[in-house]
Design a protein around this ligand. Sequence first.
Ligand code: PAF
Length: 286
Amino acid sequence: MDLLTDSKAFQRTCRQWRADGLRTALVPTMGFFHDGHVSLMRWARANAERVAVSLFVNPTQFGPEEDLAAYPRDPERDAARAREAGVDVLFTPTPGTLYAPGHATWVQVPELAEHLCGKTRPVHFRGVATVVTKLLLLATPTVAVFGEKDWQQLAIIRRMVRDLDIPVQIVGRPIFREPDGLAMSSRNVYLAPDERAQAPNLHQGLRLAADMVAQGERDADKVLAAVRDHYARTLPLGRLDYLAFVTPDTIQPTTDLAVRTRLAVAMYLGKARLIDNVDVNPNPAA
Ligand code: PAF
């Protein structure tokens, strides 16, 4: 595996792959790899001839009060895990390399960033869309792979790629979970033991909602009330940021449970802010 820190060198390598007619995959990450990241790399390895992983804790997607400085980092362990997963190039630029002094260009998809995380993290998706565009332009991959835990992020990236005619296939991969159901996240290390013990209830609440709808419940308020009640009982250390049904592609709030929706949640738990989501399908057997 090659370790590259220079954007131009990364661009040259990826261009050569394309010139050689190879199918290439990019896995953009912020590092501190868990098994979910590794599963994205393994999917890329199985579906492309060359695999690049970017590891960059992107400062522009953090608000001034957020955890940029504290964000967990372990570059040596990350490199070892990427190597084991069969990655060809690990690209680890510094902020100065990726953002030139005077950087003034932003990519935004405001309609899809209006709700859910966009409300509490106003600059977040602008930072994500901009850095992902930059990475896609540097790597020009055949396919780019993202996890579905960040469902709103994935919807924004899909729309951005479509609207800007960026020639890449975007692949979303299912959420990777701990055996007790907690969605894997680099930020789970922030959880104290008592918080970690309550955290799997976040997913249980979503499952409860999906099951209610699958069994015929169509009253969104009733379903949300049941989930809130579940959280009040099982997650007393948590503070709910949002819990909402949204349209899966356009990320607009909805109460129409006769069609497929996504139920998304964000909760503050100690120093962590956990997010999760679930497919809500009124006709699971169909
Ligand atoms: O999901 C992430 O880890 C980040 O938001 C991403 C897509 C790598 C952009 O910095």
